[in-house]
Write a protein that binds this ligand. Structure first.
Ligand code: CIR
Length: 258
């Protein structure tokens, strides 16, 4: 049950009204903006309650998906890396986060080849897994692995199952030795040596949970997952995700942690 990482800081961005036009793969209905803003507010409160020092950036109306700061950078205690998001409408978000990251991180590296979305990057206790996806290509993953090595982290490249937006849409870390994953990722070779707990039937969306120190943030609709985590002794904080899910997002997407 060891916490994989101890976080003291998080960076977020307040959603703009344009967030209702965020990208979604299935062409489903727009989220309700008031509901989405309330979900974001509750997420901010949860991180604050967990004693993280928060930096909250202002809304960016020109970039509907900019509240999902996880996709544009990686952050560590000893540095940060600006990424190159794979969706054309999101590329410009990077310039709007550079200054805030530079204010916190003396070492700010920048990906200059290929594409990587941060949602495809899972940080384990001893290494980082980069999932190839529709947003993250091999050139980007290899360039990122080299930048991670500069910061002292070993990286491995994995496959994201077809139909799963980001690698972390399908999995999250619940402790240093345990991954919570959708069935399609249960046999992921990069998880060899770790325990993989599979999402309960019908609760595949719960896989994008987020462990912050001793607490696991998890979608409030996934009651079988709550019971499973509680039975293993984890403290959980259920949070509403219905509106952000309409634009293909989950709990890890709305912050960068270090
Ligand atoms: C997108 O498609 O880019 C956004 N609508 C959702 C991003 C979700 N981010 C994540 O999983 N890390």
């Amino acid at each position: 049950m060891t916490a994989p990482h101890l976080f003291t800081h998080a960076l977020l961005r307040t959603p703009a009204p344009s967030a209702i036009h965020g990208i979604r793969a299935d062409g489903g209905p727009d989220p309700d903006f008031a509901g989405l803003a309330a979900e974001h507010d509750a997420y901010v409160s949860a991180l604050r309650d967990l004693d993280l020092d928060l930096t909250i950036l202002p809304p960016l109306d020109a970039f509907p998906d900019a509240l999902f700061v996880e996709d544009v950078a990686l952050t560590f205690a000893n540095g940060a890396i600006l990424l190159r998001p794979g969706a054309a409408t999101r590329a410009g978000e990077v310039d709007h986060i550079r200054e805030a990251l530079a204010a916190h991180h003396d070492r700010l590296l920048e990906l200059t080849a290929g594409h990587v979305d941060g949602g495809d990057v899972l940080r384990l206790a001893d290494r980082v897994v980069i999932g190839l996806s529709a947003r993250t290509d091999r050139a980007g993953a290899e360039a990122l692995a080299s930048l991670l090595a500069d910061l002292g982290y070993q990286a491995e490249i994995a496959d994201t199952p077809p139909g799963v937006l980001h690698f972390k849409t399908g999995c999250g870390l619940i402790d240093a030795e345990t991954i919570f994953a959708v069935p399609a990722l249960a046999g992921c070779p990069q998880f060899a040596g770790l325990e993989v707990v599979v999402t309960p039937p019908g609760e595949e969306e719960a896989a994008n949970l987020l462990r912050i120190n001793d607490t696991i943030l998890v979608g409030d609709r996934w009651t079988a997952t709550h019971a499973l985590l509680a039975s293993r002794g984890f403290a959980i904080r259920p949070l509403a995700t219905r509106q952000i899910a309409r634009i293909d997002a989950g709990l890890s997407c709305m912050s960068l942690r270090w």
